[in-house]
Design a protein around this ligand. Sequence first.
Ligand code: DGJ
Length: 718
Amino acid sequence: MNIQYLEEQKLFHLQGETSSYLLQIVNGVLVHQYWGAKLRESGGFQDLPNAPRDMNLDQIAQEYPQYGSGDFRQPAYQVKLEDGSRITEILYESHRIVPGKPKLEALPAVYAESDDEAMTLEITARDAYSGLGVTLLYTVFAGSDAIARSAKLTNGGAQKLHLLRALSASVDLSVPDYDMIYLAGAWAREAHLQRRPIGPGGTRIESRRGMSGHQVNPFLALASPGADEDHGQVYGFSFVYSGNFLAEAEVDPMKKVRVQIGLNPFDFDWILEPGDSFQTPEAILVYSGEGIGAMSRTYHKLYRTRLCRGEYRDQVRPILVNNWEATYFDFTAEKIVEIAKTGAELGIELFVLDDGWFGKRNDDTTSLGDWFENREKLPLGLADLGKRINDEGLKFGLWFEPEMVSPDSDLYRAHPDWILHVEGRRRTLARTQSVLDMSRQEVVDYLYGVLSGIFSTVPIGYVKWDMNRSLTEIGSAAAPAERQGEIAHRYMLGVYQLMERITAAFPHILFESCSSGGGRFDPGILHYMPQTWTSDDTDAVERLKIQFGTSLVYPASAMGAHVSAVPNHQVGRLTPLKMRGDVAMSGNFGYELDLTKFTEDEKEEVKRQVRQYKEIRSIIQQGDLYRLRSPFEGKETAWMFVSPDKTDAVVSYFKVLAEPFAPKQTLKLKGLNPELDYEIEGIGVFAGDRLMNMGFSFDALHGDYASAVFRLKAADVR
Ligand code: DGJ
């Protein structure tokens, strides 16, 4: 890792582990020169391609392009001046290169634990006419091919500015024939892998829901034609944010591709008074010269170790049982203790009481906001229930949906103006609930008081933080008319502030976020909560696609994955307990069913799964993922996890539909040490290079929905 400035050429050279990124100041313009395989530190940088003499901006590759002076592609930012004009021209003013990585105030971001882990370049450019200053931040990390980018826009003039667009990163690449890869879906079928060629014009993905959403994840990658898991060039763009976003690849007539990612300019209007600054969230750009798999592993490592925080960041996560699909709203304290007790007998470590424990909530129409226990269901209260669960040897976890309020609640009756709304307009309900106005400091403070009160009096070891609807009528009764365009982003800032305060005050609590499953599975939330409930769809077959897609960016330690009952509640499918266990064990493992209803044989299988997961979870949660077969391409899925020292591995193989007269299966493995020999439990000892080049074979699995998990241990180091 290094950032070098070559004075003579006015060229910045950012070096990652295997990659280089070059930008240059040409006549004051921040010009993009190169992003790809690593180049030598200096030398060979004369006659760079993007240094045209006529400065026709439309044909120049840039770092943070403006609008209005001849570049007709999408700009990276736009401001409106008091005279109504929207044109600016920023030119280089200064730069500095600093060790480490500065904090982004009030925003989630990746971090460096010490100054020798990262280096940051800050370049400031200014529009002389308005005084607007734009500071671009670029951080490179030791041993990584990730670059963190963000922008800070400062009003250094005397007039009020309206910020209409402020993206986090923009890069002009010469890759017009590349494919765009992204993750799309819906509730209960999140993160389905999409891949299609980009072409003239633009391809955009975005959210306008006030949340990152189930529909598209805030991520896109460009991959060279034919690039696969192990080969080809891939450029990844991931946005560390949980609200409205835009990501776009625009191919221009000169065959350059402008890739941009950041806050969605749609419905965004932020006022910058003289002296004010606006810090954008950050985007994490990753280069891989070795296919999609290497890009994923770069994201996994960075997000697992330098985005997530807290006591649980480096700890293996507890195996949980959650009562949602077991009881829904219909439970008593006795029933809960019975499930927890059975869980304890089977080796489970954490019980999670889901929705329905508070107010008078017996269905989803009431009581959000009334965070006091329902005495009909829990006559002795929450603290007593928590203690009884602890006495069974399990930690106690609790569900909340802090950002929401039901119209039928004491909170709403007391503060009807505390929801997002626009006076005179309807207050759209979804799941019979409204969204609290998290842009108001008093609302954030109120929620902090309520949550911290419960966390201080109930023996809570885990919190599931849910969020079950998109934002509508995004307006705040507390903000002036001219600032209503700020509310969607201010909502997220309020959520982040609350999450920051609560997680800092209760570091021993493991927080898992959720948004009707994966509606806010994004790097923003992961900064506060190291795991997310991946999807409300717990069907093992559906989960193959959801978990495979999610793994493009996010590590297995972040993915909640539970075994649920059959017929599956979302799709009605019957899959064997073995496959349900094997799929869930590829993430952050748990159960979401009534364990007391299991037969003795099923309980024995659960005990076996729990034992197995405890034995392999550090490899799954802290190891490297290699995807072997894609559920989007056939009836088989396979992936493997390898421990950082490469002495342990776990290979999971799934066959959705059986085939008649099927040949033996052969799996070629990845990521092993070619020099080591590995014992595959129950099969034999094989050389690492053989396993990766020839593979190993096993009899075709019998029956539909079949699965196998192979445990590998390096033979000669034990
Ligand atoms: C949506 C979540 O995704 C579910 O797991 C469950 O917690 C329900 N909300 C409860 O209302």
